[in-house]
Design a protein around this ligand. Sequence first.
Ligand code: SF4
Length: 308
Amino acid sequence: MAYRYLFGPVPSRRLGISLGIDLVPHKTCAFDCVYCECGRTTDLTCKRREYVPTGRVIAELDDFLAKRPDLDYITFAGSGEPTLHTGLGEIIAFIKDRYPRYRVAVLTNSALLTDPEVRAALMRADLVVPSLDAVSEEAFLKINRPCPGLTAGRVLEGLLDFVREYTGEVRLEVFIVPGINDTEDEIQLLKDAVAAIKPDRVQVNTLDRPGTDIRVRPASRGALERIAAVLGGEVIGAACTDRALPPESGDAGEIILATIRRRPCTPADLAALLGIRPAEVAKHLRVLEARGLIEQVREKRGVFYRAT
Ligand code: SF4
């Protein structure tokens, strides 16, 4: 079976061996974060609907999981917001009923947690990783650029309602953008929010590769460690979501291009992520660049390739 909605499995720094599920078309999201590694949001929406057929996602999962793969997590992530999909709860229930040995994780931007149906859909997940980047309305608008009507106050309210009802593990993720949410005032607000949410863990993150807005720079390691200490959390250096390739994909050049379209990568990232020899990665990158499909961007961590 060719998989359209499953990605990986890949080794993830946060989740071990993770099989990804992408429930919405590329960049369908309630936010348009300045740091997003998947490019600008093309469908900025808070409207929940069945963006891709629930039955088809379940069929792909059934086909893949019947082979009893070794996984640490099945993760709802991808290049958009999974809670926008109205079938999320049904798909999680399918996994937990049919394949109870697998742990389910959901990465969410927290935008829709005020909706009781979204909270109910998440109840059977083993792990939820909600984001909270800002508490002040000003920083929230600057970093997350939400769909109209969403406020920082409502997002925090939804998160608090969620943690009151949910009994699984919560890892709160805070993405730091220097000059926007690293001020003393904002960090104090975040600290108060963390104290109220009481997540199991707090993970502080920053840009690891080129984001949507080229003016956004990563926070320094020292700044991240300082902020993590205030919030009682830990620093993670990886990207905000775990994305990879469909299982059993074909040609290496196409695989590399598909990966770069999802997020900019260095040649070393590609070799590690895809298990392809560095020399072969370099050869395909030269061809893709000559065809005008990708271009180089120089960043602190080295040369990244991104889709043109
Ligand atoms: S980082 Fe996540 S929440 Fe923000 S725009 Fe990208 S997909 Fe949406």
